[in-house]
Ligand binder design. Structure first.
Ligand code: NI
Ligand code: MN
Length: 226
């Protein structure tokens, strides 16, 4: 599994021959000027919640690449009204796609759409097949529900957790989340994009080290492999 950091909460994950684009936010993102949006060409777009810093480029990329989206029912309907096709999930539900199984799991956050319409409840995704398993937390606080993930899903190879604080959990809470989900390899996201969420990266790494976890902070555009 190859994970490319596209800044903020945006990633592309090469998973068994399919390209999964997570929460594309390039338009209006001060850190995304180097991203070649045309070259992303995803097979699926996974959307954790409706906020603009997670959906700003869904419509243009989906229409260009012809890919479908996976998100909660309300978000899939909202994009459906714009001519983007998708598969709706809701919390606790899973479905097996052409690349593997996706389960939509709880997040503690909010989820209005860019036009302020209702975006359902925010979530995260656990994605797996017989080659591997990973968790994308989306924007969330630390929550006890994270302890359900190792009880209900295969063992995680890696997880993408927000660490920027202010709008989501900070790195201290995220290192506890790594324990709750029983995952040793954490990719940090949702930090340094704008002023409220600038972090001390050394302190963040040490917070995870203190729990015998590894925090990966790939540069924007950098790919790491699990
Ligand atoms: Ni958000
Ligand atoms: Mn966000």
């Amino acid at each position: 599994m190859k994970v490319t950091n596209l800044s903020h909460g945006s990633f592309i994950i090469d998973f068994c021959g399919k390209r999964l684009l997570i929460d594309p936010f390039f338009t209006g993102n001060p850190k995304a000027s180097e991203i070649d949006v045309e070259a992303l060409n995803p097979d699926w777009i996974l959307i954790t919640h409706g906020h603009g810093d997670h959906v700003s480029d869904v419509e243009n990329i989906a229409k260009k690449s012809g890919c479908k989206i996976i998100s909660n029912y309300e978000i899939v309907n909202w994009f459906g009204s714009k001519g983007v096709e998708g598969h709706p999930l809701n919390h606790g539900g899973k479905f097996t796609f052409d690349f593997g199984t996706v389960k939509y799991v709880n997040a503690v956050h909010t989820s209005s759409m860019p036009d302020n319409s209702y975006g359902g409840n925010p979530g995260g995704f656990v994605v797996w097949n017989d080659k591997g398993c990973f968790y994308i937390a989306g924007d969330t606080a630390l929550t006890m529900d994270m302890q359900l993930i190792p009880l209900t899903c295969p063992a995680l190879d890696f997880a993408i957790l927000p660490i920027g604080d202010n709008f989501t959990m900070g790195y201290e809470d995220a290192s506890i989340a790594a324990e709750f989900i029983k995952c040793d390899n954490i990719v940090g996201c949702h930090y340094d994009t704008f002023g409220y969420i600038v972090i001390d990266k050394d302190k963040a790494r040490k917070s995870f080290e203190s729990k015998n976890k590894k925090l990966f902070l790939p540069n924007i555009g950098e790919t790491i492999e699990f």
